[in-house]
Design a protein around this ligand. Structure first.
Ligand code: ZN
Length: 239
């Protein structure tokens, strides 16, 4: 974790400490995630909350500041792309970020029991689940086995894209991300009530595989995206 040539951990060092350990506001939680993604994109991650001291500190309880409902794609590892560590993110991932009962129950657990203030739907460009659904719809041939459940869950987004005249795969992905945000709120009255109280927000973001950038696609409430993002000062270039 240490960079070559950097001194070891000093007494009182804040190098790996979480600067904002008690995030309870949805917009602040989103800003923290966005800041971590900016550090990741520019190749200057801080790797917060990944040291042995923090591991011991969170062993007795967790207070994650965001739930990630993400696609299972192997290139979409949440703690890496948001530059976070142990105890920060409550992660639920399925192919195509589809939302069955177990996903909804997991989200409700984090929001109501752990008090997590933010739910993020994390999709990405070139999503294989969306492509599989598109091929299935085009050929009229459903996939075999349980993959059909994934494809069936994506089909409403394909129909909506068709209604809106969206034909490119990444445009369809954006619609599927927004549709997943709506599905979470529509299928979970528990989550919808927490959002209505202002205690929680749901944001949909799209991740670009090559650049590593996360871009907001939808937010309920929309004001969740308004907080300034402070990714910290870029590291000085090596002498
Ligand atoms: Zn995917």
């Amino acid at each position: 974790m240490s960079n070559p040539g950097t001194p070891g951990r000093q007494p009182g060092s804040q190098r790996t400490a979480d600067p904002t350990p008690a995030l309870t506001e949805p917009a602040q939680a989103y800003a923290e995630l966005a800041a971590g993604n900016r550090r990741f994109v520019r190749g200057a991650p801080r790797h917060p909350n990944q040291d042995a001291g923090h591991r011991a500190a969170v062993a007795d309880g967790q207070h994650p500041f965001a739930v990630i409902v993400g696609c299972s794609d192997s290139r979409l590892a949440a703690e890496i792309i948001f530059d976070r560590g142990l105890g920060d993110l409550f992660v639920v991932r399925t192919a195509g970020h589809t939302t069955g009962p177990e996903v909804l129950g997991s989200v409700e657990y984090a929001v109501t029991v752990l008090g997590t203030p933010l739910v993020v739907v994390l999709g990405h460009d070139s999503c294989g689940a969306v492509q599989a659904a598109r091929e299935s719809a085009a050929t009229g041939t459903p996939p075999q086995g349980h993959l059909r459940a994934v494809v069936d869950a994506v089909l409403p987004s394909l129909r909506r894209a068709e209604e809106e005249g969206v034909d490119d795969i990444d445009g369809i992905v954006d619609i599927h991300i927004a549709q997943t945000v709506e599905a979470l709120l529509g299928q979970s009255p528990v989550l919808a009530a927490e959002v209505a109280r202002g205690r929680c927000a749901v944001v949909g973001v799209s991740y670009r595989l090559s650049a590593g950038v996360v871009r907001p696609v939808a937010a309920v409430p929309a004001t969740t995206l308004d907080v300034p993002i402070d990714a910290g000062t870029p590291a000085a270039p090596a002498a």
